[in-house]
Ligand binder design. Structure first.
Ligand code: C5P
Length: 315
């Protein structure tokens, strides 16, 4: 096979808001969430094979990654995404998917979902299968609730189980940046378990949501910080008090907006600029040991440019 590989960057996400409503007949919960990509990426190198779908993944040095066995190819979300796209498009060849992970595993930042989402987008380019983003989002929704939002790849509101996606049109003033400190304690919080322990009636924040969306559209950080909400935070902090302590440390370091991302275990803090974020990060690091993984990265309301080099494709 002499086709050049397609290389794509799959950004992590945080949930600025996550309201969980009632449990549905299918066992999932209805939710509403503002999801934004951040500049923390897994990098996927996708190349054609004669027919096999192969996945190789490097996870060493990452929370949840050290010594962790990769799921068998058939269980891996990226491999399942490749198989699904191949079937849906009637494509006959295969692909080798090499994933260089930077996003902590099982951390509520959508790492596995990002890999599946950008496998769909990247292979659609490599195989020239020509599906639309909407079609790829529909395929993604069959694999996981977060995947449609991550296929879209920009700030969105997700509703239903996660499959109803409305783009949030961000018109930020020129030069406006939001920065974020993301932390991870190095252990996983099982998503299914968190939802099982969740009891409805805790949150319904119509006004807070509208204000948060408005702040995200305009790039206004202060009201966005005031609007941070996550229905899963209380039950998660109750079961894992260490995460609540990390949140408190971020606040004492001066962060005004601190929240659990998704179902955890990552806790993040928003900051108005890089220096402020780095100061928060270094202060939190001083108070904790090496066990706390942290990164300071930019928030990407408009997603990520993927055309950066000769091998990288616009997908
Ligand atoms: O869809 P995904 O595989 O990411 O979901 C993992 C688990 O999280 C589900 O099995 C379900 O228990 C829970 N979940 C939920 N409602 C959602 C999304 C996830 O109850 N909207």
């Amino acid at each position: 096979m002499n086709t050049a590989p397609v290389i794509v960057r799959a950004p992590a996400k945080v949930n600025l808001t996550l309201e969980v409503f009632g449990k549905r007949a299918d066992g999932y919960h209805d939710l509403r969430s503002l999801v934004v990509p951040i500049a923390l990426y897994d990098t996927l190198t996708l190349s054609k094979t004669g027919g096999d779908i192969e996945v190789e993944c490097t996870t060493s040095g990452l929370p949840g990654g050290n010594g962790r066995m990769l799921p068998a190819a058939s269980d891996n979300l990226a491999a399942r995404a490749a198989v699904l796209l191949r079937e849906a498009a009637g494509y006959r060849g295969g692909a080798r998917i090499v994933i260089n992970k930077e996003i902590p595993l099982g951390g509520g930042m959508g790492g596995g979902s990002a890999d599946a989402a950008w496998t769909l987008r990247g292979l659609n380019a490599l195989w020239r299968t020509g599906l639309t983003v909407d079609q790829l989002m529909e395929l993604g929704s069959r694999l996981g609730s977060d995947i449609p939002a991550m296929v879209y790849g920009k700030a969105v509101c997700m509703e239903g189980r996660g499959e109803r996606i409305t783009p949030v049109a961000c018109r930020w003033p020129p030069g406006m940046e939001w920065w974020i400190v993301v932390t991870n304690p190095g252990f996983n919080v099982p998503t299914g378990d968190v939802y099982r322990r969740f009891r409805t009636g805790l949150t319904s924040c119509g006004e807070i949501f509208i204000n948060a969306r408005f702040a995200l559209e305009r790039g206004e950080l202060k009201p966005a910080c005031a609007g941070l909400v996550n229905s899963l935070e209380a039950p998660v902090f109750e079961k894992y008090p260490l995460l609540g302590m990390i949140a408190e440390r971020l606040k004492s370091a001066g962060a005004s907006g601190v929240l659990l991302s998704g179902s955890g275990a990552s806790v993040f803090a928003l900051a108005a600029n890089r220096d402020e974020a780095l100061a928060i990060e270094s202060q939190v690091k001083r108070g904790t040991g090496a066990w706390l993984w942290t990164r300071t990265v930019q928030v990407l309301p408009d997603g990520v440019m993927v055309a950066h080099g000769p091998l990288e494709a616009r997908v």
